[in-house]
Design a protein. Structure first.
Length: 533
């Protein structure tokens, strides 16, 4: 051992003997007095917590005896070794102090509320002595460079290869997970700590504040719980065996389904580097052990409040998205999808000449007197049944419903997307419409029939209106299809020669001969019969 490590060796031993041994003994004596007072002056319910304080004090005493043994410093040859040793010692000493302060503060609150003055006095002395010891332990950081972080198993000093595991985890998170850096009563909080006393203290204190608290003893158990259940906050210990807090935090923030859960890191290690890397890795906050109850409550409530705001923002965003989808669905009920997309891209005037389109007009025969006999509700219900079936057919066949006027229904094939089989598709729809009308008439007990007229040619198609949009078609083709419907016969599908030429290969048709049609003169027309086998 060189002179410099030998100097640190002697200095550390002297510090443990002179600065830590006496305060630890004082804490132990005060804990024993407190337990006696709890038996004699306090309610029986105070005794279990007082016994836990005595147990933690005994653990402190054992740790100091181990640290004061010169053999514990054998093998510390350089500054980094002393840094790791002092960091481990600070961590291990703070764990029982956290239990002493935590249980002491809970008892102090209960004693004050219950008017147990003698117990309140003893608890004040104990907590003051614990604070002084905590300050002395903080001075251990002067031995070495004070930057080590280590994974420590409770109750023993671990081999040197485990000393750097938390530091390695920090580097891994910092280097490979850049995306990860991105109190209200009844909040669900998960406490993750391998020390039973710490878990018990946090669960009891948070439950007092109205939170619903669960606790697990390790990182793997925590990850399993958050996958199965919903939590509003995680209190995650930094230094744990098997999987330390940095690894748990890294996995949480790398999971798209879990990264929204806020995490407050807790640890007896108080190095600035550890705190900074926790925050960079995605932690909401960092709490040192032992806990200051006021600071603990403030930071937990602040984290929960931030989560509540994030949840509200997310809910608002989802509501906006749902309303947008409703508006989208309504718009798509009015306009074709491709037309809506063009409007989104900024087109203000949508008008197209489409060279190959087939137009169908239909009209229920004798519907006016039927409507006069029916009640308004029955009339609307009948039309709704028919037109809903027609809409379904149009969607199935890839046709565009243009509009309904009274009991008339108009559909087009070949727009807004052009297709070579537009006439065939419209003819197929006409046959199915006739079948729907016949079946619906039989179902309602009324002899329903429909005239249908079909013509093919070019049209102008576009959107008109500002407040109530309408996608419509104009031109001679539209007028001719309407006239063919008007000059047709009940339960017949009346075709022009232009449509006949486009569908004759697929459907059987019968010539009607030349028909005088107003505004058109004599036209060769046909009746659509059936699809060819």
């Amino acid at each position: 051992m060189t002179s410099a490590p030998l100097f640190l060796h002697r200095k550390l031993l002297a510090f443990v003997h002179q600065e830590l041994a006496a305060p630890v003994t004082a804490v132990g004596d005060l804990a024993a007095v407190l337990l006696r007072r709890a038996h004699t002056d306090g309610p029986e319910a105070f005794v279990p917590d007082a016994e836990r304080i005595v147990t933690a004090s005994a653990q402190l005493q054992r740790l100091i005896e181990q640290a004061a043994d010169a053999r514990a410093l054998d093998g510390l040859d350089d500054d980094d070794d002393f840094t790791a040793f002092s960091a481990r010692l600070r961590h291990d000493l703070r764990t029982p102090i956290n239990a002493i302060k935590g249980y002491g503060e809970i008892l102090s609150e209960d004693a004050r509320d219950g008017g147990h003055e003698s117990l309140t006095i003893e608890l004040t002395r104990l907590l003051h002595a614990a604070d002084e010891l905590l300050a002395a332990i903080g001075a251990l950081a002067k031995f070495g460079n004070g930057a080590a972080a280590t994974t420590i198993s409770r109750g023993e000093l671990l081999p040197s290869e485990l000393v750097k595991s938390v530091r390695d985890s920090i580097r891994l998170v910092s280097a490979s997970s850049p995306d990860a850096r991105t109190a209200e009563a009844s909040s669900r909080i998960l406490v993750v700590d391998d020390a039973a006393a710490n878990r018990d203290l946090l669960v009891r204190r948070l439950a007092r504040d109205g939170h619903r608290v669960e606790a697990v003893d390790g990182g793997r158990a925590a990850l399993a719980r958050v996958v199965q259940e919903d939590f509003d906050l995680l209190l995650l210990d930094l230094v744990m065996p098997e999987m330390n807090g940095f690894e748990v935090l890294s996995r949480l923030k790398a999971n798209a389904h879990l990264r929204h859960i806020p995490v407050i890191m807790i640890s007896a290690l108080d190095e600035i580097d550890s705190i900074a890397h926790c925050i960079e890795a995605g932690a909401e906050d960092y709490l040192p052990k032992p806990f200051n109850p006021i600071l603990l409550d403030a930071r937990i409530n602040a984290s929960l409040e931030r989560k509540r705001w994030r949840d509200r923002e997310l809910a608002f965003t989802r509501q906006l998205q749902a309303e947008k989808e409703v508006s989208e669905a309504l718009l798509l009920n009015i306009l074709p999808k491709t037309i809506v997309e063009r409007m989104r891209q900024g087109e203000t005037v949508i008008a197209d000449r489409v060279p190959e389109v087939t137009i169908l007009f239909s009209d229920l025969v004798g519907f006016t007197p039927l409507a006069n006999r029916f009640s308004p509700g029955r009339t609307v219900d009948l039309l709704n049944q028919l037109f809903s079936e027609f809409d379904h057919l149009a969607s199935e066949l890839g046709l565009e419903k243009i509009k309904t006027i009274g009991d008339a229904y108009m559909v087009a094939g070949g727009l807004p997307e052009q297709r070579s089989d537009h006439a065939v598709a419209v003819a197929e729809m006409a046959l199915r419409m006739s079948q729907v009308v016949s079946e619906t008439g039989a179902r309602v007990g009324e002899p329903l029939s429909m005239r249908i007229g079909i013509h093919s040619g070019d049209v102008v198609a576009g959107v008109i209106g500002r407040h109530k949009f309408t996608y419509d078609v104009w031109g001679d083709t539209v007028n001719t299809a309407s006239r063919l419907e008007s000059y047709g016969l009940p339960s017949q599908i009346h075709l022009s020669a232009e449509t006949y030429r486009r569908i004759n290969h697929a459907f059987r048709c019968h010539s009607r001969g030349p028909v005088e049609i107003a505004g058109k003169g004599a036209m060769q027309t046909y009746f659509l019969a059936e699809r060819r086998n």
